[in-house]
Design a protein. Structure first.
Length: 261
């Protein structure tokens, strides 16, 4: 398989698996192990994530505008009259701190883990267990607040490791903290924007504007497929169909440990 074709395939994998709670980074590793692709490393993964960040911003464009307006306009309002954007904004800002700290401190370990099928297989099994536990949780009615934002941000920091689903882990923690499924969904993906975009932009410092073959096209594929997937995934996730994702992660994790170790 040519480098260009492999890049496109990985862009498609990223777009389709970023929003499902199945770990897109694990699926990229599996693809590379099966095909012998030379495109490995954190830089390519982060650029693909940047494409899906763009898809997230397009999908949540209305929410983002309304929340930003609510955040900045609330600076002049008394405590009892603060708008939803005020709480979302501070929760995203403060929730991004543990993610950023953990991402920077664990970068070398994350890159090493991405080369280990055993680690990824075990991490997928852990993701499956987390998702299976969600089948026994009932979403609450709480609204987002700073304490919940910090808890979800910490979960997002742990999910930098391949095989640990970022969406699955943050959704699980949000619901465990009492958020409704839809509130947890919105916050999970809005919280991902500064963390993933920031990490990807840091990696872009190492490039002189010339990307390897197929990378630019892969970003386009990841964006389009990710945007299409978001319209489907929201209904699946908020309807509580965790068991199907859990069984899938458990099966793939076992397959990695048996066939790719």
């Amino acid at each position: 398989m040519s480098e260009y074709t492999s890049s496109l395939a990985q862009g498609l994998i990223q777009g389709l698996t970023e929003y499902l709670p199945v770990s897109s980074s694990a699926h990229l590793m599996i693809w590379r192990q099966l095909t012998g692709s030379a495109l490995t490393g954190l830089a390519f993964d982060l650029l693909l994530h940047l494409a899906t960040v763009a898809a997230t911003m397009v999908y949540f464009a209305k929410d983002i505008v309304e929340l930003l307006w609510g955040f900045f306009s609330s600076f002049r309002l008394p405590v009892g009259e603060k708008k939803e954007g005020w709480y979302f904004g501070w929760s995203v800002i403060l929730g991004s701190i543990p993610t950023a700290v953990m991402g920077l401190l664990l970068k070398s370990k994350v890159e090493a883990a991405g080369q280990s099928p055993v680690f990824v297989g075990v991490a997928l099994l852990l993701t499956g267990i987390i998702l299976l536990s969600l089948s026994f949780m009932y979403p609450g009615t709480r609204k987002i607040c700073v304490s919940i934002g910090l808890a979800v941000g910490f979960a997002q920091g742990l999910a930098v490791f391949p095989g640990i689903s970022r969406s699955g882990t943050t959704l699980a923690v949000g619901i465990l903290c009492g958020l409704s499924a839809d509130e947890a969904f919105r916050f999970s993906f809005l919280l991902s924007l500064p963390a993933i975009a920031g990490a990807a932009l840091l990696e872009l410092r190492h490039y002189d504007g010339v990307l390897p073959a197929g990378w630019l096209a892969a970003l386009g594929v990841a964006f389009v497929s990710g945007l299409a997937a978001l319209f489907v995934v929201r209904r699946l996730v908020t309807s509580g169909r965790w068991r199907y994702f859990a069984l899938y992660c458990l099966a793939v994790g076992m397959g990695v440990l048996i066939f790719l170790r």
